[in-house]
Design a protein around this ligand. Structure first.
Ligand SMILES: Cc1cc2nc3c(=O)[nH]c(=O)nc-3n(C[C@H](O)[C@H](O)[C@H](O)COP(=O)(O)OP(=O)(O)OC[C@H]3O[C@@H](n4cnc5c(N)ncnc54)[C@H](O)[C@@H]3O)c2cc1C
Length: 261
């Protein structure tokens, strides 16, 4: 695991609850995959003591930058908003295993909720680069939280927005939308992140339509090195359950194996 001290290019508020940070990665010689994350030191002081994990939102190979989209939630993310252009970002990573785009899956469906949208954006970017057709259902409390929609459209994805404020994000509505897209577009793989209800729905539809799928999990993390076991989740394989650490073995797992509590 590598620590990187890199210059922050920008760190701005992009909606009432979300911020966006861009970092210069010229000095970092690492291959970064969509779905991987960095463990970021949010404050200059001792507290909050633990770093916070954030997925990579955009990987810009052409200008050596990466971007993060983050929801301001508690002490760590509040501290992160205080970083200014020219300040140093203290990152550990890239960490974990990212998403796989199988060559035979040329039409994929992404479903994301809340901050899960940030995690799936980099996958849509990679799909665009590889000529994989991508459809995304983005779910949030309000349209104000769906600011990544334009980014995904720029990557070539067809984007469907569902929100609580419009009454379109309940499981039944999303299921109808997913079924329609799977049939109409001949979808070959499902990817999801950000909500237990969406994850269960994806598992159910993947089984019914015999589609492969992947899920990115967002458990609270301590060390992100596999030592503290704060981020354990369960997988079921061949009828047996085993516990895995999201930071080391994940955060991306085969959809059908994850036990969603
Ligand atoms: C792999 C991964 C990728 C992620 N990607 C993104 C992303 O791209 N964008 C985004 O907005 N969010 C992302 N998240 C979620 C993000 O890490 C959390 O929202 C963030 O850590 C919140 O930090 P905070 O200090 O602001 O809030 P917190 O202060 O952490 O508030 C949440 C609560 O959790 C408690 N807590 C914090 N850490 C721990 C711990 N290790 N063990 C037990 N309790 C703890 C706090 O005391 C508090 O009560 C991701 C999470 C994971 C695991």
């Amino acid at each position: 695991m590598k620590q990187h001290l890199l210059p922050i290019i920008s760190n701005v508020q992009v909606s009432s609850r979300y911020w966006h940070m861009k970092i210069d990665t010229t000095e970092m010689n690492e291959t970064i995959e969509p779905g991987q994350f960095f463990h970021i030191r949010c404050s200059e002081g001792i507290f909050p003591f633990l770093r916070r994990p954030f997925s990579i939102y955009r990987i810009n190979k052409e200008d050596d930058t990466i971007e993060f989209l983050y929801l301001v939630k508690g002490e760590g993310t509040k501290d992160l908003t205080r970083k200014k252009p020219g300040d140093t970002a203290d990152l550990l990573g890239p960490l974990g295993y990212g998403f796989q785009l199988r060559p035979e899956c040329d039409d994929i469906l992404l479903t994301a909720r809340g901050v899960g949208i940030a995690t799936l954006a980099a996958l849509a970017q990679e799909a665009g680069r590889k000529g994989v057709r991508c459809t995304a259902i983005l779910s949030a409390r309000s349209r104000d939280d769906l600011l990544a929609a334009e980014t995904l459209q720029d990557f070539g994805a067809e984007v469907h927005k569902v929100t609580e404020e419009e009454g379109t994000s309940d499981v039944d509505s999303v299921e109808s939308l997913m079924r329609d897209i799977i049939n109409r577009k001949n979808i070959k793989a499902l990817y999801t992140c950000g909500s237990r209800r969406l994850s269960r729905l994806n598992q159910r539809l993947a089984e019914e339509y015999k589609l492969p799928g992947e899920i990115a999990l967002e458990e609270q993390m301590g060390c992100a090195m596999g030592a503290c076991f704060a981020c354990v989740c369960d997988l079921e394989e061949d009828g047996k359950q085993r516990s895995v650490r999201v930071c080391l073995e994940g955060p991306v797992f085969p959809l059908e194996k994850v036990v969603i509590s």
